[in-house]
Design a protein around this ligand. Sequence first.
Ligand code: GTP
Ligand code: MG
Length: 346
Amino acid sequence: MRAKAQSEELIPRMGEEMEEEGQEETKSASGKEITTLEDLPGVGPATLEKLRAVGFGDLMAVGVATPGELIDATGMTEAAAKKLIACARSNLKMGFESGEELLKKRQEVLRISTNSKQFDVLLGGGFETGGITECFGEFGSSKTQIAHQLAVNVAKPKELGGQDAYVVYIDTESTFRPERIIEMAKGAGVDPQLILSRIRVARAFNSDHQMLLAEKVEDLIKKENLFVKLVVVDSLTAHFRAEFIGRGTLAERQQKLNKHMHILSKIADIHHLCVYVTNQVMVKPDMFFGDPTTAIGGHIVGHNSQTRIYLRKGKKGSRVAKLIDSPYLADGECMFYVAQEGIRDI
Ligand code: GTP
Ligand code: MG
């Protein structure tokens, strides 16, 4: 809506920089294959700088952008924005893939172990890269402990079953504890300092800050060249829930949450990393049968999460994980517990 309204009042400020409408470009002005933003026809140094300033760092970012986003970033005309997107897309080969290619992609998916064999089996090997996995459950159901364990397991060396990778931890409730990472690292037989050096933590003060931090993950990957394989958002919904109170603001909250999750999902897809988000539950007072708890964020969170896991407290201090929604795994349950050295099988 906003992008359209804005584009209507735009005068073609970028006209001279853009070439006339014509056939889709597959080569840059110099005849070179288009592989970077600079190669795109009509993108001069000024436009390039504006695009980079708001995080459009490569062809993929432009290819998956909306015209409105590019107009906001650069002030270009709607026609120019559409042309740029089309050109980026045609050079990204974003068309259809064969079943074999998809299978190959699926086989390249990394799985981050939870440290519990049963939990890993439930998830087809562990938390997957390439999408968002959500754990929702009441307080103390182990959402944060799982985040710490995944961080250790993704950062630890390959010889020990890890990925030798970095972790970005967006902490909205100040519950990230380096001491706990040290305990779990020791439990896994890894140097705690190595693990801590591979975790980047940022405290999110409100929902806007949280959204901004999610957008900044790309900077870490590109500017600092970090091999990030896990992004944690703990908790995804707490700030949104606290800030948008009352029915009147629900639509706005859902819209923002949707945008936030789109960004996370895009990062997961483009950079082949796992996004792990946690979510609280609320009690549905009108429910008389079955479990009356339901996840916050409604269908927006549900639809944006590729895999959803419901956590609850079990008998004798155990925790129960139930797979709710997976595109290809069977629904099921398993039990685990949180020990001093980390997550363990019963
Ligand atoms: P909220 O964020 O409050 O909604 O809860 P959560 O689901 O994030 O729970 P969290 O992961 O923080 O805690 C789950 C359980 O892990 C707790 O009930 C404790 O039993 C256990 N736990 C938490 N911290 C430690 C610790 O340092 N050592 C051990 N051994 N267990 C812990
Ligand atoms: Mg927590």
